[in-house]
Design a binder for this molecule. Structure first.
Ligand SMILES: [Zn+2]
Length: 505
């Protein structure tokens, strides 16, 4: 429905006559209210100013457990005292909370969660900007911003055709339609894409026109080396900047694995600001920290924490820009859902935590598989494989001394090692294999779980969970984002903050 109609319904329009309705902040504007209600919902004072520059950061899979764990870890780096070291964005002046359920489940995926905040509509898991029947498409907040004359950028640390970045520019019945999503990216007209690459640049069967060629035909410059990305200057036109150092599934590396000289998420935000800020109407820059989610799926807390720190650094680029444009900038930071059922607290450590135990972890579960386990598996017949062979590498990667594990942990690691090497284990273990390893490399997931348990971090799932996520806001119209609301309200609130007229389909 049009917001205009919603306001008419509440007899608000006469009071607002002659003023663009989208410039009004209405804390309860979207709260439920019967048609013809005698008491219209309270409406706050009009927004005096709209945000010219809007940053919208989403930590994928990032709810309070991920933020709190990162803050506890940051404190543990420099102090033995019980405390937290606050991230930059968690100190923003306004905090809200939002629900994350979608049209079919209390537990959303990134496609339906993204559709909610990008278009204001609930849909089903896996669907990007289409309704539950997969026949109707939704217009996104980024498209409205573009239409209003703003330059638009989309950045992600995972592939740029992945569900969360896709919700800003694509409409597909399935998030797995990577090629279709990429083609729609090239047709979006958006000004800047940065971060990860494409998953199926020539289609699933590698028989379609290359999306790079399609992008070039639409006027995009494709930059995919550190030098060419760094040398992009305002005036270059539309850009797709792909990190040359990709890891799994065309995503940027986990920040824990990033080597010096390689680009971080913050670099893509800084470049985006540089390229987008010359537009007379300002910009809308969407940024996803996508691998927080992936690390939590794999129950790898150290990698999730390091990616949350990298995400906070990316936000700090926006904060630095806002300091130069304080009366024109809004920064919004939230998550799309929680991942992993992460908890500060584990049965084995009861009331204590030992975050210093995850400090020695040097690489992600993916890097351990790539650098240690996969080569070992290739080189070693399974009847010759011994856990002790990997003891030095395990100590180096995770800080775990195999010899000092307690009996239960030792048995768990031995069983997981056997499964990783393709050896049979007891039937009872096989039956609960998903609960034990979640489809990941058994040895590696067991090692990260043990590090996490030693630290006092628990996990309940290899999937998402249904808890609300926090929202942090700083800048022009920050107050709109206080209180507890639904993820679809973020779309409406962003529209109000920017002063663009939107329709909720
Ligand atoms: Zn996920």
């Amino acid at each position: 429905m049009y917001l205009e109609e919603d306001m008419k319904r509440r007899n608000l329009v006469p009071a607002l006559a002659g003023v663009l309705f989208t410039l009004f902040v209405a804390g309860n504007l979207y709260a439920s209210g019967a048609k013809g209600s005698a008491t219209p919902a309270p409406v706050a004072a009009p927004v005096k100013k709209t945000a010219k520059y809007v940053f919208f950061f989403v930590g994928d899979g990032m709810a309070m457990p991920q933020i709190s764990a990162t803050e506890a870890y940051a404190n543990a780096l420099s102090s033995k005292d019980v405390n937290v070291k606050r991230l930059g964005f968690s100190q923003f002046p306004v905090t809200g909370l939002c629900t994350t359920y979608d049209a079919g489940s209390l537990i959303t995926d990134s496609a339906s969660a993204g559709t909610a905040f990008a278009s204001g509509n609930k849909t089903l898991n896996g669907v990007v900007n289409m309704d539950v029947t997969k026949t109707k498409t939704f217009k996104t907040i980024a498209e409205y911003a573009k239409e209003a004359g703003k330059k638009v950028g989309v950045v992600s640390s995972v592939s740029i055709d992945h569900a969360t970045p896709a919700v800003m520019y694509a409409k597909v019945p399935s998030r797995g339609n990577y090629y279709d999503i990429a083609v729609q990216l090239t047709q979006s007209g958006f000004d800047y894409f940065g971060g990860g690459g494409f998953l199926q640049p020539t289609g699933k069967n590698k028989d379609k026109p290359s999306v790079y060629d399609l992008a070039k035909a639409q006027g995009y410059t494709v930059a995919n080396s550190v030098e060419t990305i760094q040398s992009l200057k305002p005036g270059v036109g539309k850009v797709i900047a792909i990190n040359p150092n990709l890891q799994d599934s065309s995503a940027m590396k986990y920040d824990i694995d990033r080597e010096s000289g390689e680009l971080a998420l913050a670099d893509f935000v800084r470049k985006g600001i540089e390229l987008l800020q010359d537009g007379p109407q300002g910009f809308f820059l969407f940024v996803e920290g996508g691998k927080i989610d992936w690390a939590c799926h794999a129950n790898d807390a150290a990698s999730a924490i390091k990616d949350t720190l990298a995400f906070d650094k990316a936000v700090s680029e926006a904060v630095a820009f806002a300091e130069k444009h304080p009366d024109e900038t809004l920064i919004l930071v939230t998550g799309d859902h929680e991942t992993g059922g992460m908890a500060i607290g584990f049965a084995g450590t009861q009331y204590e935590t030992f975050f210093d135990k995850i400090v020695p972890q040097k690489m992600s579960y993916v890097a351990f598989n790539d650098k240690v386990l996969t080569p070992y598996k290739k080189a070693t017949p399974k009847d010759k494989a011994k856990l002790e062979d990997l003891a030095p590498a395990i100590k180096d990667a995770f800080g775990i001394d195999i010899a000092s594990l307690n009996q239960i942990q030792r048995e768990q690691v031995e069983r997981a090692f056997k499964r990783s090497m393709g050896n049979e284990v007891e039937r009872s273990i096989k039956e609960e294999e998903y609960l034990l390893y979640g489809g990941y490399e058994p040895l590696t997931v067991k090692l990260t779980q043990i590090v996490n348990q030693m630290a006092g971090i628990g996990w309940t799932s290899y999937s998402h969970t249904g808890v609300p996520v926090p929202v942090f806001a700083k800048g022009v119209n920050q107050d709109i984002f206080a209180s507890y609301y639904d993820n679809t309200d973020i779309f409406k609130k962003l529209a109000m903050a920017m002063g663009v007229t939107v329709r909720v389909q």
